[in-house]
Write a protein that binds this ligand. Structure first.
Ligand SMILES: [Zn+2]
Length: 318
């Protein structure tokens, strides 16, 4: 929207061509980004007015403009603009915020131009309050969407509270539509959410962790900055087929991070994405075979290995 601008991306052929990405693209509505980046913002019934973090100019984001931007970008999955309810919030605050998001969801539905292979997802809000979550699901399913997201989680409520919301919310969602948990999470979060019926996720964890030296592996979490890896000739994860694991040693990856070579973050990002893809592939196969719990147990079997259980502490000690 702000840089390089939705209209410019559209003139350049859309995001798929701009990035040369042939897979599906899901775009967020901008609501969370406005909340997390913009210093000056004013929310009203019509939308949100905010100041750009790029150049300070003033902008207006409405449900209609958000859907238009996502169409200009060429998104395969468009998300409804919603208000990201702050956490913690009182039940009254969460209710007011959720009901505004439901009115915006209806406006997004009206603004969305139906195209073959493209869909609009509604976002369930309501904080950690079961009655509000149920009211939100009822409002969204009455409008009708191609998929349903559970939003407003992973904002500090903790894994137990998050799973509690999923226990109460996911069974209310249509079984024949994708269910998407926004902004989640660690491998353990993914397994617990899939167990509760979630199909899709998005999260910065695999890429951001990769950039800072944290690797998710079948043996648990490793911090490649830790000095214990300095002469370790073993691969990061012997069962992984990514270039970091197939071609390089833990010692080399450790060296790259110590030398602040950008290849280190690149390789570890690749690895973490491969690990997450492998994890989801194994869970899907388990579900198809009617053996989800054995697949989940197999994925977690190595996590208790006594290697870098507390990477930050280990790094500080090193
Ligand atoms: Zn790997």
């Amino acid at each position: 929207m702000l840089r390089p601008g939705a209209e410019r991306v559209a003139r350049l052929g859309g995001l798929h061509r701009f990035m040369d990405w042939r897979g599906p693209i899901l775009t967020d509505s901008g609501g969370y980004q406005v909340l997390s980046l913009a210093e000056l913002r004013r929310m009203d019934e019509g939308g949100v007015t905010f100041r750009s973090h790029v150049d300070g100019t003033s902008h207006r984001l409405t449900p209609e403009r958000s859907v238009e931007i996502q169409r200009l970008l060429g998104a395969d999955v468009t998300m409804c603009l919603d208000e990201c309810t702050p956490f913690p919030a009182t039940e009254a605050q969460a209710a007011t915020s959720m009901r505004l998001s439901m009115r915006w969801a209806a406006r997004c539905r009206d603004a969305f131009v139906p195209r073959d292979g493209h869909g609009l997802f509604g976002i369930v809000q309501g904080g950690v309050h079961p009655a509000l979550r149920a009211e939100s699901v009822a409002a969204l399913t009455a409008i009708g969407f191609e998929g349903y997201a559970v939003g407003g989680l992973a904002v500090g409520e903790g894994q137990a509270a998050m799973f509690g919301v999923l226990d109460g919310t996911v069974p209310l969602l249509p079984a024949d539509r994708p269910r998407y948990l926004m902004g989640v999470g660690t491998p353990a979060d993914l397994i617990g959410a899939v167990r509760r019926g979630i199909d899709m996720f998005d999260c910065v964890i695999p890429t951001r962790s990769g950039r800072t030296g944290r690797a998710y592996t079948r043996g648990g979490v490793l911090n490649l900055r830790n000095a214990r890896h300095a002469e370790d000739a073993a691969p990061l994860d012997p069962a992984c087929a990514c270039p970091a694991c197939k071609r390089h040693s833990r010692a080399y990856l450790h060296h790259l991070f110590k030398a602040q070579e950008m290849l280190g973050p690149m390789l570890l990002t690749w690895h973490n994405l491969q690990y997450y893809q492998d994890l989801m592939r194994d869970l899907r196969a388990g579900i198809l075979a009617g053996r989800f719990e054995p697949a989940a147990a197999a994925a977690q079997a190595g996590w208790d290995a006594p290697d870098d259980r507390a990477p930050e502490a280990a790094e500080a000690a090193a």
